[in-house]
Design a binder for this molecule. Structure first.
Ligand code: NAD
Length: 492
């Protein structure tokens, strides 16, 4: 069994408590690794190392071009190691190798993109209204950024934070989920190989309340970039408010995937399936509310069931598998609880609705792809994030009703629209209150395109050019061109 310690100041450091957490392979049930169970003392060590690196290291004096080169170098190492990283994600997380193979390679693009952007962040010369004043702005890094990630896509969520934060000149303390820490820890060896000065990137592991919260509360932490549930996000936002430090929050969703009668039928069916059963529904952007125009509702549901029934459930290491295990025991129980809630609320289960008990899979970690019809948008299964392979189908009459239902939710992460009418596509993308709108596609993300939530789905954006500004602050510099004494008692 592998033992992982904290990575602090370029060294593997044992947890000060001496305690470890087990890391389980969700498919086999094997405890394949243990990770350090951090506490406030470990958080203090890591934040101080990052602070020292920010203020007094080669990093502090490094020009943006050189930072960019380090990031591009890291991208090349990631490409070389992509297969191995993908396998770790599958072992630790239960993600499909079919998806991870490409995703870990794609990670490199975030580091390459922000490596390229590092020396293109320009301030401005302000056309000052004051005579004899030269006024310009410069963008400066914030300092030490705490990066807290969820268990469902550890390396991807980390790339969205780490690449722009480093390009901007910050240092980092990474705190991955206690359920899936291994890939982020392995990633630290890649950081080391790429040649980042010591202390620039650190990684501490353990429970949110035991090590994450002390990191957030640490007086030397200058920003939190968080991905996780809205409940934990709110708590972190409150803690950050006490210190008046900025946050970016990437939180949950309950995204509407909206199918109009004029859509390409078969593409929409595949889009609906991919929206909810890909990644076993354990994705923030799951299209978990499927809104189908009433005129095609029954036919659409029939075809949906037909396709979903064909999904191969099983070993995530097999490239043939479509639906893998649920990653964590609490998540498995939560999904089954919601299926019960749906039944009690009067929704009709037309597919699945119970643990999956096929050959060669454990009995306590698989849930059948599940579809409920007769769902009203007020039901809990339509309003609350389940984070599993459970779809709520809701009928609607027309565009106005689709918009009303789509927006009648506390979340606003993403929405899908399936239509062949370009006017409708544009109207819907304007009216839906979500950070990402997909038309005739679903579940697409890119390093180039901003991603983030409206409403309770978050604050700030990740990816794209703008997001580097989330890791910078602007300074306005005023220089008088002559030094004639002026009246000190009036504002200039
Ligand atoms: P979670 O909120 O339970 O935990 C997320 C991380 O926060 C973990 O590392 C955890 O240890 C840490 N944490 C929890 N409480 C903390 C605290 N008080 N202080 C500091 N750290 C704390 O979420 P999860 O179950 O790991 O992930 C699932 C959630 O993440 C879902 O709601 C999903 O929608 C969301 N998510 C959002 C995005 C996005 O980009 N918007 C992407 C992936 C997942």
């Amino acid at each position: 069994m592998k033992t992982y310690n904290h990575y602090i100041n370029d060294e593997w450091v044992e947890p000060s408590s001496g305690a470890y957490l087990d890391s389980e392979n969700p498919f086999t049930g094997e405890i394949w690794a243990r990770v350090a169970r951090g506490n406030a003392e470990d958080a203090d060590l890591a934040v101080k190392a990052a602070k020292e690196a920010f203020e007094n290291s080669d990093w502090a004096d490094m020009r943006p071009t050189q930072r960019g080169k380090l990031l591009v170098g890291l991208a090349e190492i990631i490409e070389r190691e992509a297969v191995r990283l993908g396998e770790i994600e599958v072992r630790d997380n239960g993600k499909l190798i079919a998806e991870m193979g490409a995703q870990t390679k794609y990670l490199a693009e975030w580091y390459r993109y922000y490596g390229g952007l590092a020396d293109k962040v320009e301030g401005a010369v302000i056309p000052s209204d004051k005579p004899g004043i030269f006024n310009f702005t410069r963008y400066e890094p914030l300092g030490v950024v705490g990066m807290i990630t969820a268990w469902n896509s550890p390396l991807l969520l980390l790339a969205w934070k780490l690449a722009p934060a480093l390009a901007a000149g910050n240092t980092a303390v990474v705190k991955p989920s206690e359920f899936t820490s291994a890939s982020s820890l392995e990633f630290m060896e890649l950081i080391r190989e790429a040649g980042f000065p010591k202390g620039v990137v650190n990684c501490i592991t353990g429970l949110g309340l035991e090590v994450g919260q002390p990191m957030v509360d640490h007086p030397d932490l200058d920003k939190v970039a968080f991905t996780g549930s809205d409940v934990a996000g709110q708590k972190i936002y409150e803690s950050a408010a006490k210190k008046i430090i900025p946050v970016t929050l990437e939180l949950g969703g309950k995204s509407p995937n909206i199918v109009f009668e004029d859509a390409d039928f078969e593409s929409a069916v595949m889009g609906a399936i991919s929206g909810i059963f890909a990644a076993t529904g354990q994705t923030c952007i799951a299209g978990s509310r499927l809104l189908v125009q009433r005129s095609i509702h029954d036919r659409f549901v029939e075809r949906l069931i037909e396709v979903a029934k064909e999904a191969k459930i099983g070993d995530p290491m097999s490239t043939e598998t479509h639906v893998g295990p649920v990653t964590t025991p609490p998540q498995y129980r939560k999904i089954l609880d919601y299926i019960e809630v749906a039944r009690k609320e009067g929704a009709k289960c037309v597919l699945g609705g119970k643990p999956y008990a096929g050959d060669g899979v454990r009995s306590d970690r698989f849930v059948e792809p599940t579809i409920f019809t007769g769902v009203s948008n007020q039901m809990r299964i339509a309003q609350e994030e389940i984070f599993g392979p459970v779809l709520s189908v809701i009928p609607f009459e027309d565009e106005d009703e689709a918009i009303a239902i789509g927006n009648d939710i506390v979340f606003g992460l993403a929405a899908g629209v399936w239509t062949s009418d370009i006017g409708r596509a544009l109207r819907m993308s304007e009216k839906l209150k979500a950070g990402t709108i997909w038309v005739n596609t679903y579940r697409a993300v890119s390093f180039m395109s901003p991603f983030g939530g409206y409403k309770r789905s978050g604050k700030g954006r990740e990816s794209g050019q703008e997001s580097i500004k989330e890791f910078l602050q602007v300074k306005s510099v005023w220089i008088a061109q002559q030094t004639t004494p002026a009246n000190p008692f009036i504002m200039r």
